[in-house]
Design a protein around this ligand. Structure first.
Ligand code: CO
Length: 293
């Protein structure tokens, strides 16, 4: 039995746009570049292709693993030696792709081992994807590739299946072995998302990273908030996308909102990430977020 999305071509298009936005973002992360301008450029690119960001461009640095996006007042710049995760998603009518890469600002090659570890790991994980495969087979491949470089996988961050308008659907794809008894089905869309670190191998919650999500429908009582819900539904968004009035109204709708903390490595180790979205097929997989070449 197969469960392919009926609008498969839309998923492919969203994935291509995501991959292009990821590669654009990676090229813009250079010494002295403003974080805010890079995030805006990534999201502007996605919209220029007729898609919407599936979540704010994540530009987490160093021991931040995920969930940092610049706020409207951010004046931070990238510095030489920063290890930056460019994690990007686009959607077309709820057909979502999610993809990430890690760059060292300034190209000094201080963090080459970490960057290679997650590239090896995502390739090794993707290679195992096929209909019926045990998720743990993928996790073993990821973990092995990261251990081979003397590093640790981040145990409490996982890849995930994706469904329409649902970035993290039912199944998790752990980055360490022995944590899942699930298997993959033909037609599923899956994000394979290894994180590697030279720290403790676990993340903990840090400060607010300027990413929000409606946990439920706020109803029509506040029309400004209702319009924001109509726009974002339950997908993550950020205050950069909302004008001053909207931000004021959101402050009064806190009980309908989930706010994401930045994930910080528990031992304050450096963290690298690589991520691809793939389609599970009968004989293997289709890599949806490959770089254009
Ligand atoms: Co993901």
């Amino acid at each position: 039995m197969s469960g392919y999305p009926p609008d498969l071509d839309r998923w492919r298009r969203a994935a291509r746009i995501s991959a292009e936005a990821r590669d654009l973002g990676a090229s813009l992360v250079v010494t002295g570049a403003r974080r805010r301008e890079v995030a805006d450029a990534i999201e502007r690119y996605i919209r220029s292709k007729g898609a919407e960001p599936a979540f704010p461009a994540n530009l987490s640095r160093n021991s931040e693993a995920a969930h940092f996006t610049p706020d409207p007042d951010d004046i931070g710049v990238f510095e030489a030696g920063d290890l930056v995760k460019v994690d990007v998603g686009a959607h077309l009518d709820g057909a979502i792709a999610d993809t990430a890469t890690t760059v060292e600002v300034g190209g000094g090659r201080r963090h080459e081992n970490l960057i290679r570890a997650v590239r090896d790991a995502v390739d090794a994980g993707v290679r195992e994807v096929r209909s019926g495969v045990a998720v743990d087979t993928i996790s073993v491949a990821i973990e092995r590739a990261i251990h081979a470089r003397g590093l640790k996988p981040v145990r409490n961050l996982t890849g995930h299946t994706i469904e329409r308008y649902l970035l993290h659907a039912g199944k998790s794809i752990p980055n360490a072995s022995g944590m899942s008894s699930a298997s993959l089905r033909e037609g599923e869309v899956v994000a394979i998302e290894p994180f590697a670190t030279n720290g403790a191998g676990e993340i903990e919650n840090g400060p607010f990273g300027h990413i929000l999500r409606f946990r439920n429908d706020p109803g029509p009582k506040d029309p400004v908030v209702a319009a924001l819900y109509a726009r974002f539904r339950t997908l993550p968004f950020t205050t950069r996308w909302v004008d001053g009035e909207g931000r004021l109204h959101l402050a009064g709708a806190k009980r309908h909102l989930q706010s994401y903390p930045v994930f910080v490595e528990r031992g304050r180790g450096l963290v690298a990430q690589a991520e691809h979205t793939v389609l599970v097929t009968a004989g293997g997989h289709e890599l949806l977020t490959a770089s254009a070449s």
